[in-house]
Design a protein around this ligand. Structure first.
Ligand code: CU
Length: 512
């Protein structure tokens, strides 16, 4: 990190501590939630009067999308709650950007916040350099930065998202509101049976407020926890009996795992992260964590009302306990839709999903997540993130297998920028190929083995991998990787801390 940026970060962090700057910041007042605000966790079905809406959308035209996103403090009304948020263009839940493979995405980020921010285009396999998807670049208060992101013609379509990646206060900026949905069009072409279906975006966010409506200063020291869909609290989702809709969930929270249920209904999972799946499955509970996306089909049941519920979730003895909340009410009424497509017809079309070949692995590495409850720091391979240090250097053309190890008493959620990967095994049990993902949860005291192809010349440069529970990332659980052209060699700085040879690959040496 440059001294200049370091100073901005330190200054902002010390003076403000959070992105939401409303006057009258005060410690949370103790007291029962519903004497102060009323609790969103027990919202009755009668609260669901507003139809669910989609955030404003920007569509690419003639091969490009040009959009200006102004990061600024803004009031947001979430049902009966008014909060002091920080949003892009005043939209809590974020504008939806829609592009096509081959387009160029131009985002002008104007920072009206009193602290530095930046932007990451989550899941895109694009250049991390210069004005591209460069999460190292910080945009100082008052500054403007133009991101230019050419989307390759053969880029997988699907649901992605964009969000602040300001290390050390990403959690608070994201929870404050700085995120939005990015759709690369074409998923429905890969799963033709979904083409005629109504598509709904579900941008899921969470805001932990103190009594003044400010973002609470400390996680768990808040008075109300408000989970929203597209910035709406308890919207009404209309469907017809027998009608099937494509629901696209994007977990845009900082830290939160969801376990969703829909009374009397199942979800048919047809996509994970951005890609369609080979084996669609009907499930009663839909689990996903921060930054994950899940595409599902829902078929309206007999005329009636059905609650969409975020059930209580826990991330382990050292982790979080997220309370149950009613999220929305699905109202099935009026007429009837066409019969739902059989499961076999909503799988990825033949040839869409390509496994990463495993016949020659260039390198094996270990990525071990651990934490220190005394200092509150979070580690990858015993060390906290350092902008100046490159932890892993990979020559372009390599196919690698990484072992992700969780040596702690709570979940961690691995994410790597630029390079989607294949999950090979979880806790030693082989996982059948079902498309590529860019996130995976690593079980408590468990291991996940993944395979990554660093073969796309677009991704040459330096980028990050980290835990996407942003509280953990902010407190150190992030590392830097450089993919370099072997004809040129890596940039000179940094050293490689994760290199391990095959001999010690299976040695259990989980750090604490
Ligand atoms: Cu974590």
């Amino acid at each position: 990190m440059s001294p200049h940026i370091s100073r901005i970060l330190r200054g902002a962090a010390t003076a403000l501590g959070l992105v939401v700057l409303a006057a009258g910041l005060s410690p949370a007042v103790a007291g029962p939630l519903d004497t102060i605000f009323g609790s969103p966790s027990d919202l009755p079905p009668s609260a669901a009067v507003e139809p669910m809406t989609s955030p404003p959308e920007f569509h690419s035209q003639n091969g490009e999308l040009r959009v200006t996103l102004e990061a600024k403090e803004s009031k947001a009304r979430l049902g009966k709650f008014e909060i002091n948020a920080a949003t892009y263009n005043g939209v809590y839940g974020g504008p939806v950007l829609r592009v096509k493979p081959g387009d160029v995405l131009h985002v002008r980020l104007v920072n009206h916040l009193p602290q530095a921010t930046n932007m990451h285009f989550h899941g895109l396999a694009v250049s991390p350099q210069g004005h591209g998807d460069n999460s190292m670049k910080m945009v100082a208060p008052g500054e403007t930065w133009d991101y230019e992101v050419p989307i390759p013609k053969d880029h997988p379509p699907g649901v992605y998202w964009y969000h602040t990646h300001a290390h050390s206060f990403a959690e608070r900026q994201l929870m404050g509101g700085l995120s939005g949905t990015l759709v690369v069009e074409g998923f429905q072409d890969k799963v033709p049976a979904t083409k005629a279906l109504k598509e709904r975006i579900f941008a899921l966010k969470e805001f932990q407020a103190d009594p003044q409506g400010n973002l609470a200063r400390v996680t768990k020291a808040y008075n109300v926890d408000i989970k929203t869909i597209n910035g709406q609290l308890m919207p009404r989702i209309d469907i017809q009996p027998g009608e099937t809709q494509l629901w696209r969930f994007i977990d845009q929270t900082a830290n939160m795992y969801f376990r969703l249920t829909l009374e009397g209904h199942t979800f048919t999972v047809v996509g994970r992260d951005s890609q369609p799946v080979a084996n669609p499955q009907a499930v009663r509970e839909l689990m996903f964590g921060p930054s994950e996306r899940v595409d599902v089909l829902v078929t309206g049941g007999p005329a009636g009302s059905y609650k969409l519920v975020s059930e209580r979730t826990m991330t382990g003895p050292a982790g979080d306990d997220f309370p149950k909340q009613n999220m929305a009410l699905m109202v099935s009424a009026r007429g009837s839709g066409p019969a739902p497509a059989p499961l076999g017809t909503v799988a990825a079309a033949p040839g869409v999903l390509k496994p990463i070949p495993g016949d020659h692995i260039d390198e094996h590495r270990l990525v071990a997540f651990s934490e220190d409850p005394v200092t509150g720091l979070f580690f990858i391979n015993h060390t906290v993130f350092d902008h100046e240090r490159v932890d892993v250097k990979v020559p372009l053309g390599s196919i690698e297998e990484w072992t992700l190890r969780n040596a702690s008493d709570e979940l961690h959620l691995f994410h790597i920028h630029q390079a989607p990967f294949q999950v090979i095994a979880i806790n030693g049990k082989a996982v059948p190929f079902d498309g590529l993902v860019d996130t995976v949860s690593v079980p408590i005291h468990g291991e996940v083995k993944i395979r990554i192809a660093f073969t796309d010349p677009n991704i040459i440069g330096r980028f990050m991998f980290h835990c996407h529970i942003l509280e953990h990332e902010d407190k150190g659980m992030m590392a830097q990787i450089e993919v370099y052209d072997p004809k040129v060699g890596p940039m000179p700085e940094g050293h490689d801390t994760t290199h391990m040879n095959h001999a010690n690959m299976d040695t259990p040496n989980a750090p604490r």
